[in-house]
Design a binder for this molecule. Sequence first.
Ligand code: ADP
Length: 540
Amino acid sequence: MGYAYDYQLLIRHILEYGVNYAPKQEIVYRDLHRYTYKDLYNRVHRLANALEELGVKKGTRIGVLEWDSHRYLECYFAIPCMGAVLHTVNVRLSPEDILYTIQHAEDEVILVYKDFVPLMESLRSKLPKVKHYIVMTDDKMPETNLTDLEYEEMIKKASKDYEFPEFSENTMATLSYTTGTTGRPKGVWFTHRKLVLHTLSGCIAMTGIRSPLRLKDDKEVYMPLTPMFHVHAWGIPYMMWLMGIKHVYPGRYEPMMIVKLVLSEGVTYTHCVPTILQMIVDNLPEGFKFNGWKMLIGGAKLPEGLAKRAREKGIYTMAAYGMSETCPALTGAFVKPHLLDLPMEDMLKMSVKTGIPFPLVYVRVVHDDFKDVEKNEKDMGEIVVRAPWLTDGYLNDEEKTKELWAGGWLHTGDIAVMDSEGYVTIVDRLKDVIKSGGEWISSLTLENLLSLHPKVKEAAVVGVPDEKWGERPLAVVVPMNENLSEEELRNHLLKFVEQGVITKWAVPDKFIFVRELPRTSVGKIDKKNIRKMVAESFKK
Ligand code: ADP
């Protein structure tokens, strides 16, 4: 006993493996900068030295406000590998919530991209705990009284000799905040151990398990379109680094830059929420087709109609599911080996299901008494999960943590059904499901069916109060250019009533047509705001 080396699962080991395996692999930032894994590795060490000189120690919390960049990837490694905590600040929150998250996280150092310098100037007086601000910029230092520390300058001056320390794998590595669709954002945090296991499971899922998106070889090229502040861009930058794959970072998301990078850098693999896919598909010129761009879609239900339209444009999609509290990977629409021969149409249907677990994840769909639902795709329950990388709890919030982990399973608040093969399909969030005359009507099923109408671009369904039924569904629809009537949509849905896909009670009484749908800070359809909007329109 006591002879063996007590190997701790630290993010440093991911950093070391990637650079040893693929030192010459490229990392690209917009059309502005490109360098190699080895260059990044050296800069990560310089950054650690520079931060240490500023007084950063084990446990120091460091907030980063930045778009997706090579610099952010440097922070993903340098900050946690020093034993400090990377707080990925959601820059799309309101200034008030940004202030709240930085205060709540107790950040002592802030790395801030030039776009957010004016914001930080305005919040600074309310952040006495922040000792240093460091500006990140693509060109010259903006004029500011916030600080005279500039990221590139600091890196240039610092030594590249830095030895990352050893510490427990249970040390906090990252901290981020839920997007707060209800109440204040809540802090969730992940340890080194959790992130390493999440990375390994993700690599297996991307390469070893059958799916429409399986990575073929190291010629694949990766570009995130889920912000790096949103649950570590789903942890995928760490996975890609471990596999030695080329990274392309788009900075702030601008459609022209995205398409340009995809074409010029040969991007093959991306992940995003459905809204971003929708934006790309809508803005492509007539007749244009990508050469097989793989896209993992999560964060919200992937509508079948959108998956079909994407495929016509040469974009292959697959749904995946997770949440801020879960690091995030839980399930993906992977294909079990014995289902590989399904006809194309069934494959498409399967690829939009919420899916089956990533390696090491357990997913159950249960009733209130923890009894599992029937595997008949009808019986609904809540998804509860276990995995080695789920957050231990909400930062400084025992009450909410207790609720989250009631009964030893993490409660997702998502309502789902399961098929005989164990594939889960989310039908709603507990707080969005429409309770009508004692029945639960799934808003996501209705949105999916509406997406299949050729004149529908997007749809959101919410419950509106009803004296007789409690609630009734109402559909808010963004039509394609053509004229579209309530009648057509009602008839479209009635076809699915005949086929037994939905009950006749599920057909909305009312359809509202709008030019666009409100979005949350990470680009998901914002149901809270839609309900508000609908309530206002009823008042008039
Ligand atoms: P927010 O709760 O503010 O949207 P998260 O990013 O944590 O922030 O969102 C997680 C939620 O997103 C899940 O609980 C689920 O409701 C939804 N979600 C994620 N992936 C999917 C999916 N594939 N299908 C349907 N809903 C999904």
